[in-house]
Design a binder for this molecule. Structure first.
Ligand SMILES: NC(=O)c1ccc[n+]([C@@H]2O[C@H](COP(=O)([O-])OP(=O)(O)OC[C@H]3O[C@@H](n4cnc5c(N)ncnc54)[C@H](OP(=O)(O)O)[C@@H]3O)[C@@H](O)[C@H]2O)c1
Length: 234
């Protein structure tokens, strides 16, 4: 492949959009996914007009068939060479345990946990074969602590850190790294209505910078999970 490659899920908005755009600017061939076709088409035009290498795929990560198609398209577009996988797509449900439903449980697990598992399971062997690669799972401070009303979200984000630990242990002998990034409030549509002003939140670009920093480390260096807090709070 002429360019380094990156698959970014949830690339139509917020953190994923910022990460995908930043990697495109750094010369990566980026595959952006999400359900919002219009947003993906706009990004494709924007990137191509800037001479960047981009592929997009409309994909609902709660559907296993869509995830399988995403894996096939990624392998074909990147010719089986994936440098960075960013499992970023996610949804949040905030309600007391009694108010949550088993259907909501299944849905949030499918998007926030099952799809990162399926994608990592497919991409890790490719990275092991090429003897390098970085898997970034976007967890949360709600994957470190749980609070009243965060049960479903916290369950998925704690578990994502568990997946990351095993990915790192199994990838390390082959030069493959895995890191979970656990931010507090990041200024995106996901936290519209939060009791913190957007300008006082972590910015999506801070997550991009963290991924670039991880990628820049020498082959033997890796961090543990990265907890990024908002100055003066979560
Ligand atoms: N914002 C925060 O304060 C914060 C803090 C800690 C962690 N995080 C985590 O950061 C990640 C990104 O969140 P964000 O804040 O950037 O939120 P966002 O702006 O709402 O973006 C969420 C992304 O996930 C995608 N997505 C949601 N459901 C999907 C599905 N079923 N299939 C495919 N894609 C789906 C959305 O794309 P479509 O709508 O196009 O499908 C969108 O691109 C999430 O995992 C979130 O839990 C956020």
């Amino acid at each position: 492949m002429e360019h380094p490659t990156a698959l970014v899920t949830g690339a139509t908005s917020g953190i994923g959009l910022s990460v995908a755009r930043g990697l495109l600017e750094k010369g990566y061939f980026v595959l952006m996914t999400g359900r919002n076709e219009e947003a993906l088409d706009q990004e494709k035009s924007r990137a191509r007009s800037r001479g960047r290498s981009i592929e997009t795929l409309v994909c609902d990560l709660s559907r296993q068939k869509d995830v399988e198609t995403l894996i096939e398209v990624t392998r074909a577009a990147f010719q089986d060479k994936v440098d960075i996988l960013v499992n970023n797509a996610g949804i949040a449900t905030f309600a007391s345990i009694e108010e949550t439903t088993p259907e909501e449980f299944d849905h949030i697990i499918s998007v926030n946990l099952r799809s990162p598992y399926l994608l990592s399971r497919a991409i890790l062997p490719l990275m092991k074969a090429q003897k390098e690669g970085l898997i970034v799972n976007i967890s949360s401070v709600a994957g470190i602590d749980a609070w009243s009303g965060t049960s479903l979200y916290s369950m998925t984000k704690f578990a994502l850190r568990g997946l990351t630990g095993s990915l790192l242990a199994e990838g390390a002998p082959f030069g493959v790294k895995a890191v979970a990034i656990c931010p507090g409030y990041v200024a995106t549509p996901l936290v519209a209505g939060a009791p913190v002003r957007l300008e006082e939140m972590i910015q999506p670009e801070d997550i991009l910078k963290t991924i670039l920093y991880l990628k820049d480390l020498s082959p033997a260096a890796v961090t543990g999970d990265i907890v990024m807090k908002r100055l003066g709070g979560l």
